[in-house]
Design a protein around this ligand. Sequence first.
Ligand SMILES: C[S@@+](CC[C@H](N)C(=O)[O-])C[C@H]1O[C@@H](n2cnc3c(N)ncnc32)[C@H](O)[C@@H]1O
Length: 285
Amino acid sequence: MDCSSAGAKAAQFLAQLVFPLTESYRLLIASCPISPLMIDDTRNDFDKEASFFDDMHPERDAEFAYYRERISRPGVSVLDLACGTGAVTSHLADAGATVVGLDSSAKMIAVAKERVPNATFVVGDMRDFNLGQRFDLVICAFNSLQHMLTGQAFRAALKQVKRHLAPDGVFCFDIFNPAPEFLVTKRQNEFVRRVFSTAVNATCDLYEDTAYDPEAKILYLDWRLIGPEGRIVHQNRFSMRQVFPDELSAWLGAEGLSVKAKYGDFSYGAFSEASHHQVITAGHS
Ligand SMILES: C[S@@+](CC[C@H](N)C(=O)[O-])C[C@H]1O[C@@H](n2cnc3c(N)ncnc32)[C@H](O)[C@@H]1O
């Protein structure tokens, strides 16, 4: 079967809906490379992700601790941008902060509201919103800024951060540090991790396909959660802009923000080219 045509890809997709993922079908998928041209959907559907998200990302303790440590005193006002299901918001609120969470997905916000009843939540787009308030701390955790797929979108979000940040306010965020050798390696049906999904009440295996478009600097990820008997119980697609350190500094500078501290991980390790993350504290220039 020629898997290089869009028709074959569509047939593959339909077959995936109809047939459970048998071992031979799994091999067929593995033999058919995905092309970024076929994955032209740059919209990340986080509504679809809401009931799966927390279980899919079980090991975030160092990150939670890092963000919690940003709360210097009770009553600090915090804007949690792209707050998702409130995973970080809950730690900030527990540490005594007064938190507003903003996210474009109404379903993610619904989960967050249940989880953190003492925070305020708003459905909104981080590229264009006005809360009419300035915050001591603005955070954007878990690579969320990478869902700004163009420089224009990324800078629009930074503009909103700037105008919602108090004069001495601090902007803390993390994004991945692009790893060229990782990006150029296409992955097909690669095992990521085993998780227990409360949404389907079963232990499942997460598999991914990845493809990188070096011109747009976008990494496309297809995720499949495989449940009992090889069935696909959930699947989703994500697109993540890869933001290189120089580009990031330039965009921050252009929006009147500058880096005050930069780490390579959530334990305050020094940032280097080999770091997995860019963990940044910024403020008004
Ligand atoms: C990877 S999740 C991270 C959620 C949360 N920050 C956390 O640490 O668990 C990314 C979040 O970004 C949100 N998002 C994506 N684009 C957005 C936009 N333009 N405005 C606001 N939120 C957005 C998604 O809805 C999703 O909840």
